[in-house]
Structures are given as structure tokens and as C-alpha cells.
Design a binder for this molecule. Structure first.
Ligand SMILES: Cc1cc2nc3c(=O)[nH]c(=O)nc-3n(C[C@H](O)[C@H](O)[C@H](O)COP(=O)(O)OP(=O)(O)OC[C@H]3O[C@@H](n4cnc5c(N)ncnc54)[C@H](O)[C@@H]3O)c2cc1C
Length: 360
């Protein structure tokens, strides 16, 4: 049976970042990922500028910028009555970009592997149990591992949380659909956030040929949103869509015994503001730092307490924006009615956009 310092479940941005930093700190690091990479994911594919410092510390910022991506220079809000407001985004080398998750997540996973993490793809966690001497026993098909620490980086429907009876009841009130479709001519380098009677749509180019199209609605209305997209973007009725739910659920405390929760597994935020990847990267880095310190012999309780504090601070002052976004998208008619008001006070929208798209 292989024994490791840390076993990370999930190889998305949170898990790969955590694995890269753990391996760089000299820990025996195992990463278990259910899928075979590269793979796509339901996501708007937008990388908030706040991600650049973490990507810099991972030393993959240049690799990302030399991979196919789109540089985004404006956000356009479109109300139900189709009135538009455009806000320019800060421009610099490390500004907001959009890149397909198949490329972004693969780069992060490869970085973790290069730094010495043992990466197992097509390895689904089947069971997790406490073992002797405070170790955790993890089973995948035909193999068992013992780990001093487990990191749950397995997304919003976290299997680890479910196995430990920690997964909050999901509010299955909404569902998201996503597809990459041919980029309409003259779309430009903008992100579009469009309010619709049944929900909202996010649109962003991801390269010179493709547009990322996301639809968010409720289960009963999602098919009419799909019909709207088919007619708006001239899509065939057999257009394949990826889907995900829930879009909201309660957070899980960062540490449970020697199991740490990061990224979406810890807290799911409203996709409208496009910040989830930043939280995934940063929480992965923070968890790796805490595990390395504890394994080197520093006081476990103090370190975990500090981790909880810094993790909460990462969201502090931002959750109101998320709640605001959620209120807007749950009442698109109200949000659309307010957009013309914001037109006369563009400073408010600019402030909100600046808060969301934090310059690096
Ligand atoms: C519609 C929509 C649009 C969004 N748009 C944006 C955006 O534009 N920008 C942004 O920053 N954020 C966006 N987000 C949020 C973003 O997608 C997430 O916050 C981000 O993917 C979280 O990363 P993660 O690593 O925590 O989890 P994930 O990316 O979900 O990765 C989890 C990984 O765990 C693996 N896994 C799951 N279970 C197991 C298991 N049992 N065993 C092994 N592996 C397992 C999965 O295969 C997956 O690879 C959006 C979300 C939605 C729903």
C-alpha cells in the first residue's frame, strides 16, 4: 500500500494548484482525478486578473499566455429589452482573458506532475476511511493509499464531503448549460452578460474561432433558454450542451480533522461574477502552505486556525457582490429595469466591475 503525505482528490484548478505547491514543498503528493485530461467543464472560461500572481508563483503564466486564448477588453451588460451598457476593463499584459478549460486545467495538472506530484487520471475515489495513526485510507479501483492529509478539491458535488456526511443539501433551484460554438463575426473581445426573462447568458470568445456560451436558468425554464440560444446564435437543435447543478449551496468548513476543503468543494460562488477559478487557485495554495507547515512540525491547531481565518478573509468584502449578482440573476426583470438607471450613473457599474475584475 502506497503511503503519501497528502492525497488530493480532484485535478481541477484547486487540486492541481494544491498538488503543485505541495510537491514543490517536498511533500509526497498524490493527485486522484476521475477524468482523463484534457477535458472541458461547465465554465465561462474567464480568468480574473487576480489569478495572475498565483499563476506567476506556479511559473506557468507565460505558458498560459502563449496558449490559444482571447484577451477581454470590455464587459457588456444587456437588459431584457436589449438596452446595452459597456464598461471597459483595465488593460495590461496580465488582464482578464478567456481560455478553454481543456487547455487551462491541463497546463495546471502538467505543472503539478512536473514539480513531482504523482498524478493518477481516470482514478475515481471510491471510499475514504480513517485508519491507524491518524492516517486516511483512500480506495480507487484495484488500489489503496494511506495519506496523512486529504484535500477535497472535487468540486461543488464533492464526493469527499458526501463520504464524510458534510455535503450541505444542495439548493437545486438552478441549472447551467454550456457549449463552445462558432464565434459570430464581429463579436469583438467583450464578455457579454445578458439578462433574459428566464435567467441569464454569459458569452465570451475563447480564441479566434470559438465563443463560450453559458445559460443559467431553472430546471423548468432551461429548455426555453436553449431555444433562445438556438435562434440567437443559429445553432442546430442537436447542439450538444454540458450541464451542471447546483449553482448555490452552503459552504463547508475548511478543515475537518486532517481533511481540507478547497475551491468549489469548500464554497460555491455565483458564476455571474466569474471569480470561482481565482478562489480555487488561491485556496489550493493556502492549503498546501498549511499542510507543509504541519508536516514540518509546526502547531497543527494554530496553523489550521490561521488557514480558516485567511480562507474566510479571501471572500470577505466580496460576498455582498455575489449576493447582489445572485439577486440580479434571480430577478432579471428587476435587474434589467435597474440597468437604464445605472446608465445615468455609470460610476456605480464601473465600481462594481472593478470590484469583480480585480486588477492583478
Ligand atoms: C456556468 C458557470 C460559469 C462559470 N464561469 C466562470 C468563469 O468564467 N470564471 C471563473 O473564474 N469561474 C467560473 N465558474 C466557476 C468555476 O468553474 C469553478 O469555481 C472552478 O471550476 C472550481 O475549480 P475546482 O478545482 O474547485 O473544481 P472543479 O473545476 O469542479 O474540479 C473538480 C475536479 O474533481 C474531479 N472529481 C470529482 N469527483 C471526483 C472523485 N470522486 N474522484 C476523483 N476526482 C473527482 C472532477 O473530475 C474535476 O476535474 C463558473 C461556473 C459555472 C457553473
Amino acid at each position: 500500500m502506497e503511503v503519501v503525505d497528502v492525497a488530493i482528490v480532484g485535478g481541477g484548478p484547486a487540486g492541481s494548484t494544491c498538488a503543485a505547491f505541495c510537491a514543490a514543498a517536498g511533500l509526497r503528493t498524490l493527485l486522484l482525478e476521475r477524468e482523463k485530461f484534457p477535458r472541458e467543464k461547465v465554465c465561462g472560461d474567464c480568468i480574473n486578473p487576480a489569478c495572475w500572481p498565483v499563476l506567476g508563483r506556479l511559473e506557468i503564466a507565460n505558458q498560459i499566455l502563449t496558449s490559444p486564448h482571447a484577451r477581454l477588453d470590455a464587459v457588456e451588460f444587456i437588459a431584457i429589452n436589449r438596452r446595452k451598457i459597456r464598461i471597459d476593463l483595465p488593460r495590461s499584459e496580465k488582464s482578464e482573458i478567456a481560455i478553454k478549460r481543456s487547455i487551462f486545467d491541463q497546463l495546471l495538472l502538467s505543472r503539478a506532475r512536473d514539480l513531482g506530484a504523482e498524478v493518477r487520471e481516470e482514478a475515481t475515489l471510491l471510499s475514504l476511511n480513517p485508519s491507524a495513526s491518524d492516517f486516511w485510507k483512500l480506495d480507487i479501483v484495484h488500489e489503496t493509499f494511506l495519506a496523512r492529509f486529504v484535500v477535497a478539491a472535487d468540486g461543488r458535488n464533492s464526493t469527499v464531503a458526501r463520504m464524510l456526511n458534510l455535503l450541505p443539501k444542495p439548493a437545486r433551484e438552478r441549472v447551467a448549460l454550456q457549449a463552445h460554438i462558432p464565434l459570430p463575426r464581429d463579436f469583438g473581445n467583450r464578455v457579454v452578460l445578458q439578462f433574459l426573462p428566464e435567467g441569464y447568458s454569459g458569452q465570451a470568445p475563447v480564441n479566434e474561432r470559438e465563443l463560450n456560451l453559458c445559460l443559467v436558468g431553472t430546471a423548468p425554464t432551461i429548455s426555453s433558454l436553449r431555444k433562445w440560444a438556438e435562434s440567437e446564435f443559429n445553432l442546430p437543435s442537436e447542439q450538444p450542451w454540458r450541464t451542471i447543478t447546483p449553482l448555490t449551496r452552503d459552504p463547508i468548513p475548511v478543515a475537518y480533522k486532517n481533511v481540507l476543503f478547497i475551491g468549489d468543494a469548500a464554497r460555491v460562488v455565483e458564476p455571474f461574477t466569474g471569480e470561482g477559478i481565482y478562489y480555487a487557485l488561491r485556496s489550493g495554495e493556502l492549503a498546501a502552505g498549511a499542510i507543509a507547515k504541519i508536516i514540518r512540525g509546526e502547531d497543527r491547531e494554530l496553523i489550521l486556525h490561521e488557514l480558516e481565518r485567511v480562507h474566510c478573509a479571501m471572500y470577505r468584502g466580496r460576498l455582498w457582490i455575489n449576493r447582489l449578482a445572485r439577486a440580479a440573476v434571480l430577478s432579471p426583470q428587476v435587474a434589467s429595469a435597474l440597468l437604464p438607471v445605472a446608465r445615468f450613473s455609470p460610476a456605480i457599474l464601473r465600481l462594481l466591475t472593478r470590484k469583480i475584475v480585480r486588477p492583478a
